[in-house]
Structure formats: C-alpha cells, structure tokens
Design a binder for this molecule. Structure first.
Ligand code: NIG
Ligand code: FE
Length: 412
C-alpha cells in the first residue's frame, strides 16, 4: 500500500462499518492519504509500506475515534433570539397561536432582514462553533428567515462563509417556503408564485443552495403549494426535502417521497402510507427530538414502522431560535433514544452514516477506507456513551478530510 500522509495510533475505534454494529477495534490504527482513509484496522495488522519518513504519526493517548458527527438539519443562521416567546409558551400560548399573531418565525425574519452579512455571520458563527466542539464536521444550514430574495441569498452566503471559516463542510438548503412574509399576508399563493418564478431560479443560478426545503403544515404551506415548489426545484435540478407532518398529518412524507426527496424531517404524524412511500424511494426520516421536546409534543415519530420497512433514520439538532435552541448533537442523540426509542447504535448511525445519506453525501459517515478522513476523537470508554450522557466534555479533536479543526485539541 502507498504510505499514509498521517496515521492515528494509540487509539480505539468505532468504525460503524456496514453490517458490523459499532465495529469496535481495541488497538487501532487509522491512516489517510489525500484526505481519504487508507487504513482502518488493528494496529498490529498495519501493512508494510503504510508508513514512510513523511507520515505524520498522531499518538491519541487511548482516545476513541468515531466518524465525525453530521448534523443534517439546522437553521443556525439567524439574528436575535426568541426568549420572550419561550416564556409565553410556558405561560400557555401555543406555537401556532404565536405564529398566527405575527411572532414565531416572522419575529426572526424581522431581525434577520435587519442584520447585514457580517452581523449575521458574527451572531451565527458561535453556534456552528458549539456544534464543531461537539464533534460535528458536516452540517446542513437552511435559509428561511429572509423570505425575500436578497435576504435569503444573504443567509446562504453566511452559511457558506461559516464552512470556510471553521473548515467544516456546510451543505446549504433554500427554505424560502418556511413562512409567509408579512408583506404577503393573506396572499400565500402569490408568494409561492413569486418564489417559483423569481426566487428559485435566482437561487439555483447563484449556486448557493444544495437543496430546497419547505414547511408543509397548517401554519406553513399546503401540500398543493409545496408541490409547486418541489416541481420547480426539481426542474432546476435541485434535490428536495421537507418539514413534514410535524404538527399534523398532511401527507408530507408521501409527498416528498414522490419527488425523490432526500429526507422527510420531523415526521411525528406521518402515516403508514407515508412510511411505505419513503421506503420505496429511499427517503431518510430525520428525527428532531429537540423541537418535540421544546414544543412539549406528545406524538412520537413512528420509529417501529420506519424500522419494519427499512427506512433509514437520521437524528439532527434542528438548531433554531424558536422550537429547538439546541447546540449539542450529542444531546439530540440522547433524546432520540429517550423518549423516541432508538437504540444508542441507531442513534449514532443517525448522526453519521444516515445523516450523510440525508444530505446526499456518500463519501462520509463511516470509518471505511476510501471515505473522507472525517473523524472525531473522544475521551469515552464506549461509543454508546455519546448517547448516554446529557452533555459533558466535547470532542478531543475533530478532523475534516484529515485536517484537525480544534485548536488545542489532541493530535493537532
Ligand atoms: O424546524 N417547523 C418549522 N421550522 C422550524 C422552526 C423555526 C422557528 O420557529 O423559528 C422547525 O421546527
Ligand atoms: Fe427545522
């Protein structure tokens, strides 16, 4: 074999290799070349030639190495906060009532429209940093708090700048159909007309969005409106995903599956037909326990149905200022286990291999030769500890394509 550029030794590994459960290796060596893994296995089986005079050796002091975590659903670019709304909800006003009164998403739209690009970056960067410290090397970021072309493009540019600044991979999603902006009040179809005729082509042209999302819900957009957005997005060559069946069953899971969607997200109220349609089209179910928790929902996603029909489940933070001010993907893993009922291994696959699939990425999410050297190092005895602790010390180090991202972390 060709010599590795770098090799981590004195470590344990959880590879999550297909069919191998956690894929634990007690005394491992992990090497890469040109940012891609070239050896993952027991140290004493390292082939001759894996090391030459130029190979950087990183002793990891017994750390556990996992695939770097992937947060496949966030809204972390926004301005302001919604703490007053949090208090209102605790005093008995519902999320839907707040939205109908012009608060909720539209409160954040007002603040986000007023912020310039640098201000938006300055406010959003610490949130992305918190996820990185939590072991995340790939994250998705949605627009959807601008709701006019200029502000949506600004959000997407900020999302890309976060990736460049931190060295993480950012996948961007255009969520223009998140809420009805105030200037279109009572004219939802006109807004969707404008979105399809003007915003979507301009967003596609800009190259700033990797996918298109919508909020299909009583307080969002109807299935018919969502269908129009998806038809246009697909015609422009953009893949789709959907905030589906979060607060009620509008058949969102089946709708997004019909458009070969990457994922149906939330899915608490999805029915069995929707689950079957998702299985057929290989659409990932993205579970978002942070929003479930903060909205004090009681209807859990149909996890047993997803399992029975072989629908891949991912887990994400949904980091947003309204329904999920959550800055730890590990805490989402914990909540996917309890209350949602995933096993710790399912939960971990949900933030690695299945999260990669939800983003349409096939080059990461497991420690397997040929995939990217995206790794997180932890001071834990077993990988299930990532779903077991509610919080705790962050990652010891995070690598993206073989580049260490945490200053003062191990193996720098
Ligand atoms: O994923 N459901 C709609 N969108 C977000 C909430 C956004 C907000 O309240 O600001 C969600 O829960
Ligand atoms: Fe969301």
């Amino acid at each position: 074999m060709q010599p590795c550029d770098a090799l981590i030794v004195a470590c344990r590994a959880s590879t999550l290799a297909p069919g191998q459960g956690w894929g634990l290796i007690a005394d491992a060596a992990i090497g890469w070349r040109n940012g891609r893994l070239s050896y993952v296995g027991p140290r004493d089986q390292l082939p001759a030639g894996a090391i030459d005079a130029n190979t950087r050796i990183h002793p990891a002091n017994g750390a556990l190495v996992t695939p770097a975590l992937i947060d496949c659903h966030t809204h972390l670019v926004f301005a302001g906060e919604r703490i007053a709304e949090f208090e209102q909800r605790l005093e008995g006003t519902s999320y839907a009532q707040i939205a109908e009164a012009g608060g909720g998403i539209n409160a954040t739209v007002q603040a986000t429209r007023a912020a310039n690009e640098d201000e938006l970056l300055a406010q959003s960067l610490p949130r992305a940093r918190a996820l990185l410290a939590d072991g995340v090397a790939t994250l998705e970021i949605k627009s959807g708090y601008g709701l006019d072309l200029e502000s949506e493009l600004r959000m997407l540019r900020v999302a890309r700048r976060i990736g460049e600044t931190l060295g993480v991979t950012v996948r961007t999603t255009f969520l223009g159909a998140h809420a009805l902006p105030p200037e279109y009040r009572g004219r939802a179809d006109d807004y969707i007309d404008m979105l399809c005729a003007q915003m979507l082509p301009a967003v596609a042209e800009s190259g700033l969005a990797d996918a298109v999302d919508a909020f299909c819900e009583g307080i969002g957009f109807t299935p018919a409106q969502t269908r129009r957005v998806f038809t246009r997005a697909r015609a422009l060559g953009l893949p789709v995903k959907l905030h589906a069946d979060q607060l009620s069953d509008l058949g969102g899971a089946a709708l997004v599956a019909e458009f070969d969607g990457l994922s149906a997200d939330h899915v608490e109220y999805s029915n069995t037909d929707g689950v079957l349609a998702m299985a057929q089209s290989d659409c990932v179910a993205v579970l978002l326990p942070g929003a479930f928790h903060c909205l004090r929902e009681t209807k859990k996603p149909p996890v047993a149905d997803f399992r029975a029909h072989g629908v891949a489940m991912a887990v994400a933070t949904d980091c947003n200022p309204g329904t999920s001010p959550l800055l730890s993907l590990r805490l989402a893993l914990t909540m996917a286990c309890n209350p949602f009922g995933l096993t710790p291994l399912e939960s971990m696959l949900g933030a690695t291999a299945n999260a990669a699939k939800a983003l349409g990425l096939s080059d990461r999410g497991r420690l397997v030769p040929g995939l990217r050297a995206d790794l997180s190092l932890w001071d834990i005895a077993h990988p299930a500890a990532l779903a077991y602790w509610l919080g705790g010390p962050g990652a010891l180090q995070v690598f993206s394509a073989g580049v260490p991202l945490l200053r003062d972390g191990v193996c720098e």
